[in-house]
Design a protein around this ligand. Structure first.
Ligand code: BG6
Length: 548
């Protein structure tokens, strides 16, 4: 059990967002789910915040045969339901929706790109006839279409930057292995310059993911201990309670390793492990991340056997609901060996990290939704407090909580109140929302704004995507050669397969229970509600101190 110490800062206003230049945003795949759930809500919020003014237009291109009005109605439904939207308001929506237009088209033919060229010119004429012809193309489309689309965009002259900028945003997965990523990159490079290409990994748009850099490099107290001399191991978790929804077709091909580890989790690892960049700009930051990937030796088949675990969920109970096994999900093969859980131990062989395991895990249908990075420090060298059993003094852990309840926790040992010398653990908790009194911006909002401003810092560079696949492809290949474990090997609603615990236990380590982070956060919010939120202060509460 623990006492709590909290840091609370004065509530602050969200800083005003910059206004972006006049532009036409073309969303390819606009009748799909992403557009409705994420892209349009993000653009609506940017409009609401004043950074998109009258001089922008959105042209949706999709397979559904919708009119402009039908497109607007569909998008409205998404924005109204979206948890990302700051504040939905009918009048504001009407104003925003007037900027939305739609056309139906087959993305494998020339015709649609010629139409996009004509329509975007007309839209430019309407919104700002004398302004630059800036165009942003969002590929919200299956990965296999990307090379074809790039070629057609080039053939229609839409890559041209003579009269304004032209940028493309490409959704993950960026290829399905090293060879396909290399060939996709080469196709893109034959039509677009790298400064025009924005490979999106939405995790990089999350406020707390960006905060990893501020936390590490904006404070002088952490960096000196951020290395093998003080850190025992690092745990990176992205656990979900959701299953695969309606995405069986995609997921059967991808699996958890490609879907989550090849991008989101490796990005979290790189930000946690990288050296300080010389500046906070696109190339400096991305250069340091690539160095981390290069410091990890791709695994041999034998490494894969020892350092990876794959799992697939069976039936179980998640958040009080009975859910079916993965193999009984609609669209999934009855004998599917696709992994819905993966745990991997990565070893970064550089001066800072040699000998410190970085364990990553992700899975569907787990006990709780939580994404976090836990930095476990080494034990103190001596059991100094004779009457305190050594195991009561827990090593320090810093938890950077990506979601939900964004924030961070630091555990520290402290003397428990009383005449006798007993030590316990307290949690210093910082919660973003209660701390700052504002919600954090949705990832897509941040990333769309960055792309509109031409800032690629939070997007992955060509060599970075290839470096990621260089680590993932050998794992996929070794798994393809070996027999799959007896799936299903974890129940929906659990913390994952037992083999994942054994992976850490062999080194005397353990995963944090998935609900642990949740508990820390609850403790913080209960306590915050008892406070007068009146400025910067740190309050120590010696409540709830109990025997472990
Ligand atoms: C996506 C994956 O990239 O990230 C999904 O394709 C996953 O399978 C999602 O559910 C998780 O994102 P978030 O932001 O909810 O953690």
């Amino acid at each position: 059990m623990s006492a709590k110490v909290e840091g609370v800062v004065a509530p602050c206003e969200r800083a005003p967002l910059p206004e972006v230049e006049s532009c036409v945003i073309v969303i390819f795949g606009a009748s799909g789910d992403l557009s409705k759930r994420k892209l349009i809500p993000a653009l609506y919020d940017l409009f609401h915040a004043g950074c998109l003014k009258r001089n922008f237009a959105v042209l949706g291109v999709g397979q559904s045969t919708w009119s402009d009005e039908e497109f607007r109605a569909q998008m409205r439904e998404g924005a109204e339901k979206s948890e990302d939207v700051d504040e939905f308001n009918d009048a504001k929506w009407q104003e925003f929706a007037a900027h939305l237009t739609y056309t139906t088209g087959d993305l494998t033919t020339d015709a649609i790109y010629n139409e996009v060229a004509t329509r975007s010119e007309k839209l430019h004429e309407q919104i700002a006839p004398n302004a630059a012809r800036n165009r942003l193309f969002y590929f919200s489309t299956p990965p296999s279409l990307a090379p074809v689309m790039v070629k057609h965009l080039g053939a229609a002259g839409l890559n041209n930057e003579e009269h304004g900028w032209s940028r493309i945003i490409i959704e993950k997965p960026f290829g399905r292995d090293l060879a396909s990523a290399q060939s996709l990159n080469a196709e893109i490079a034959s039509v677009f310059n790298e400064h025009q290409v924005f490979r999106i990994d939405h995790y990089l748009g999350k406020e707390t993911v960006q905060n990893i850099l501020v936390f590490r490099f904006g404070n002088s107290i952490f960096e000196p201990v951020w290395n093998r001399n003080y850190i025992d191991y690092v745990e990176i978790t992205a656990a979900e309670t959701l299953g695969i929804g309606g995405r069986a077709g995609y997921y059967e091909e991808a699996g958890a390793l490609r879907d989550m580890v090849a991008n989101h989790l490796l990005q979290l690892l790189a930000l946690t492990a990288m050296e300080p960049p010389v500046a906070f700009d696109a190339d400096s930051v991305r250069e340091e991340k690539v160095q981390v990937f290069r410091s990890i030796r791709p695994m041999t088949p034998d490494d894969v056997t020892r350092k990876t675990v794959r799992g697939q969920y069976g039936a179980g109970t998640v958040e009080g609901q009975q859910v079916p096994a993965y193999r009984n999900e609609q669209g999934v093969k009855k004998d599917s060996n696709t992994e819905t859980f993966v745990a991997v131990e990565f070893c970064i062989e550089n001066w800072r990290w040699a000998g410190v395991p970085f364990y990553v895990r992700t899975g569907k249908r787990l006990a709780d939704k939580v994404s976090e990075i836990a930095i476990h420090f080494k034990r103190t060298p001596q059991a100094l407090f004779a009457r305190t059993p050594e195991d009561r003094i827990e090593p320090n852990v810093i938890v950077l909580r990506i979601q939900p309840d964004e924030g961070m926790t630091v555990t520290i040992a402290t003397k428990l109140p009383g005449m006798e010398m007993h030590a316990g653990t307290v949690h210093m908790v910082f919660n973003y929302e209660s701390g700052f009194g504002v919600r954090t911006a949705a990832a897509y909002e941040t990333l769309l704004l960055d792309a509109l401003q031409g800032d690629a810092t939070l997007f992955t560079r060509r060599d970075e995507t290839e470096a990621e696949w260089r680590l993932i492809t050998p794992i996929e290949e070794a798994w393809a050669q070996a027999a799959a474990p007896p799936f299903p090997n974890y129940a929906a609603g659990s913390d994952g397969p037992r083999a994942a615990d054994e992976l850490l236990a062999r080194a005397g380590h353990r995963w944090r229970a998935l609900q642990e982070s949740h508990i820390d956060t609850q403790a913080a919010s209960e306590s915050v509600s008892q406070q007068t939120n009146d400025g910067a202060h740190v309050q120590a509460q010696a409540e709830e101190v109990a025997q472990a």
